[in-house]
Design a protein around this ligand. Structure first.
Ligand code: NBG
Length: 835
């Protein structure tokens, strides 16, 4: 309150409230002012980097004005807020998105051109904000966009990594990781040096009695690390709502130096303390769907949860409401189990610091949290060793034991006859060492648990959380099928298609209500529309072909069928199935007569994606793709009929070029392993067809667009267990075409055969866990069907247009409305014009 300008002086303030630019001239006035004064550059040394900075700062000013108003209004109205806790936010670039969401891009295009710059060049100056691995982090970014666009009072909380996901270089066909230091110039964040939280680690727990004779525990000793807030404005589309993404950076608690140590001559060790503290938020763990149990990772998780909870509780306490109101004012969504420590942390704050009873506190805690599960893969389910926990977070371990005790007593009362249910559902796994099962803690501490596509949400109920369904009943478990933001993945990535759609639908309302796309079906036979649609796809392919030529020096024919698989490299996603299929095709082409060759549709197989640095098998797949490319791309017998491309350093900004340029994209995980997938949605909405297994969201995509418009193949999830069993215990033979592929690899066709032994042996000798052999014939047959279908360009086009028209369901706006209604119980706060 003391910080606010007194009423009599507010008129003076209001007179000087900055006015946002409107015209190209006004935009230039702002951009040039920033270049000259904020950057201290003149027109004699204004390169594209400086022009980017000036443009970004001009747009940032606009954002900040609305951001201030939004935050002010949210505080004033004091509605329930949503807090989305995610260790990853894979934002990509911000400028283009900000320009489109604010709706002033055309003005900036004109202004920049008056200064002698092209918008594309300026946009490409920006470094991707790559604070995520893959789908999980990108989903969080799409959700931020939707929450702001739908005017939900919502904050994201994450970590401000100094190094995001590594940059991938391909050297001699191998992946090499290069650090991605991205913070040199980041106009989109505001360091809030005044907003800090002290976070404690290690130490011990003391018990004593307070004045009323009540037993209290107190966590003491150990060390303190300071969390400092960095805020990023998140603009909604076509609304003045600007939400906040708060990222925490770590530093030593005593500021620059520990002066005591400094004065006593321990200069070096005081600097070392500083560096050790900064290590916590230094780097994003580069694993997708894998958890390795590293101490620093647990430190990151607690550091971020403790700072975020402190901040949330501080905000709540300012309203002076009673504690029982907490769950009516605060909804916290846990993006996977990474933020599960927030559950015992809130319980700790309420009982140890605020003096609430256990039961009262627990009732608040368990109404506040919702938990989203993103995988059933066992290697991705987080477990932390009890000794590590004990060492780092002794008080939290006690609280977890108490939560577990109460829970197990409840289970015992309700299932007295079931002997081993207790050990099955216990948060503590009785192993050596004992382990804390974070997913169970998340289920027990949340009021709703959701999966991310229908099949996945069914699977968690019948596999990893089966016992919990029995204990809590099925209503605790629900589904929210993933979605994507049409602003970035249609309007921004494919402006011409967006414009074409708008021209038929009478404006851009579909970007706010994607179900309006269904009206496009009326144009599926419209000649002009079809022609334009096809030309747009071709132009997008030409753009990608140019990118391939510029970066790799390989010429590809834009009329060829572009077949794309871009995503993290993982055995369950089966890039190996794809490349074996490519080799199969190559061998077939080598055996073809000239007449047969004439009938074949030329194809470009495009791969992209990063492997976790320690994931040997994934790196071997990357190597194989590159080796195959080397051989195939220079084989005169093959020519244009087949090209194999590995795109380096796949990321969000590259996805924006790649997704609009596919004819076919591959979503071919072993059935039951890919929780949802979201790039499948991005490709279809941009007029590409897909080849896929009956897995994740592919199933719902099929339901929406119709099974004639998708190429499905392979075994079903329900058969996977049985098939795996038969690999281990007998009755199965390797698919003969796959055997031929292996022969060619092993005879050295693609270089040193020894390099690929482990890849082949995993299938031939070690149980083929991902069922590559079982699905190979059906995969190849389906690829042949695709060749045939592509020859009929007219029908292909009909499929593509129909699919786009039926993708309305897959907007992340729909997801967010579902979360708000089913899980958060929150309402939008629509900004009023005069506020
Ligand atoms: C990933 C799944 C994807 C899913 C995204 C977003 C993890 C743990 N899970 O299938 O593999 O689309 O989450 O829900 O990264």
């Amino acid at each position: 309150v003391e910080a606010s300008i007194p009423e009599p002086q507010r008129a003076a303030w209001k007179k000087f409230t900055p006015k946002p630019f409107d015209t190209a001239e006004e935009f230039n006035a702002e951009a040039v002012r920033h270049i000259e004064t904020t950057l201290a550059r003149s027109m004699y040394n204004c390169d594209e980097g400086a022009a980017y900075a000036g443009t970004a700062l001009a747009f940032r000013d606009r954002l900040v004005l609305d951001w201030n108003k939004t935050q002010q209004a949210q505080t004033f109205k004091d509605q329930k807020r949503v807090y989305y806790l995610s260790l990853e936010f894979l934002m990509g670039r911000a400028l283009d998105n900000a320009m489109l969401n604010i709706g002033k891009k055309d003005v900036a295009v004109k202004g920049l051109s008056d200064l002698g710059f092209r918008m594309e060049d300026i946009i490409s100056q920006e470094h991707d904000a790559a604070l995520g691995n893959g789908g999980l982090g990108r989903l969080a970014a799409c959700f931020l966009d939707s929450m702001a666009s739908l005017n939900y009072p919502a904050w994201g909380y994450g970590l401000r990594y100094r190094y995001g996901i590594f940059k991938q270089e391909i050297i001699d066909g191998y992946q090499v990781e290069v650090p991605d230091y991205w913070l040199d110039f980041n106009p989109w964040e505001f360091a809030r040096h005044d907003i800090t939280v002290d976070v404690q680690f290690y130490g011990y727990v003391s018990k004593y009695q307070d004045d009323d004779g009540k037993n209290v525990s107190f966590w003491e000793g150990g060390e303190i690390v300071q969390a400092c807030a960095y805020d990023v404005p998140i603009a909604g589309y076509g609304t003045s709502t600007v939400n906040n993404l708060r990222l925490w950076g770590s530093k030593a608690a005593s500021g620059e130096f520990d002066f005591q140590k400094f004065n006593s001559g321990e200069y070096e060790s005081s600097v070392a303390d500083q560096q050790r503290a900064e290590t916590i938020s230094a780097v994003l763990y580069p694993n997708d769907n894998l958890e390795r149990g590293k101490e620093l990772r647990l430190k990151q998780q607690y550091f971020w949860c403790a700072a975020s909870l402190f901040d949330i509780v501080r905000r709540f306490k300012k309203t002076q409401r009673p504690w029982k109101d907490f769950p009516n004012q605060v909804a916290i969504q846990l993006n996977d189990t990474h933020p599960t420590l927030a559950i015992p942390e809130l319980q700790r704050i309420l009982i140890d610091q605020e003096g609430l009873d256990w039961d009262e506190a627990w009732s608040i805690v368990s109404k506040t949290f919702g938990y989203t599960n993103h995988t059933v893969l066992p290697e991705a389910l987080e477990k932390w060793s009890v000794p590590l926990f004990q060492h780092l977070l002794p008080r939290h371990l006690q609280i977890i034991y108490d939560i577990n005790l109460q829970f197990l007593q409840y289970v015992e009362r309700n299932f007295p006859k079931e002997r081993d249910i207790l050990s099955r559902v216990s948060i503590i796994e009785e192993a050596n060492p004992k382990m804390v099962r974070m997913a169970y803690l998340a289920v027990i501490g949340s009021h709703k648990v959701n999966g991310v596509a229908e099949l996945h949400s069914d699977l968690i109920k019948t596999t990893i959380f089966k016992d919990f369904v029995k204990i809590y009943g099925p209503d605790k478990f629900t589904n929210v099928t993933n979605g994507i933001t049409p602003r970035r993945w249609l309007h921004q990535a494919n402006p011409r298609l967006s414009e074409l759609i708008a021209s038929k639908l009478g404006g851009y309302d579909f970007l706010k209500d994607l179900t309006l796309l269904h009206k496009l079906e009326a144009y599926v036979d419209d000649k002009d529309f079809r022609k334009e649609f096809q030309e747009i796809k071709y132009a997008n392919k030409v753009r990608l072909a140019k990118y391939i030529k510029d970066t790799l020096g390989v010429s590809v024919n834009p009329s060829a069928l572009f077949d794309v698989q871009v995503k993290r490299i993982h055995e369950y996603k089966r890039q190996q199935l794809n490349i074996f299929g490519v080799i199969h095709r190559y061998l077939a082409i080598k055996a073809m007569s000239p007449e047969e060759k004439k009938k074949l549709a030329p194809r470009v197989s495009i791969f992209g994606g990063k492997a976790a640095p320690g994931y040997w098998m994934a790196k071997t797949v990357i190597h194989l793709v590159n080796q195959v490319g080397k051989v195939v791309n220079s084989d005169k017998d093959v020519g244009d009929l087949l090209k194999v491309i590995y795109l380096e350093d796949y990321n969000v900004s590259k996805a924006e070029i790649i997704c609009p340029a596919s004819d076919i994209s591959e979503h071919i995980s072993t059935a039951g392993t890919e929780a949802s997938g979201t790039s499948n949605m991005k490709f279809v909405i941009n007029g590409g067809l897909i080849i896929g297994t009956c897995d994740g969201a592919n199933i719902e995509i099929t339901r929406e667009i119709g099974e004639n418009n998708i190429f499905l193949f392979g075994n079903l999830a329900e058969d996977v267990e049985e098939l795996r069993h038969s690999h281990m215990y007998g009755t199965y033979t390797l698919d003969p075409s796959l055997a031929a592929v292996f022969d060619s690899i092993q005879s050295g066709t693609f270089g040193d055969a020894g390099a690929f032994t482990s890849l082949v042996n995993g299938i031939v000798d070690h149980g083929d866990y991902y069922l590559v052999s079982d699905d190979f014939a059906s995969y190849c047959k389906t690829q042949d069907l695709i060749d045939e279908a592509y020859r009929n360009q007219d029908e292909w086009l009909t499929k593509a247009i129909t699919s786009v028209a039926r993708m309305g369901f897959f907007s992340s706006d729909r997801c967010i409305d579902e979360y708000a209604e089913m899980i958060w119980n929150t309402e939008p706060l629509v900004p009023s014009k005069d506020e």
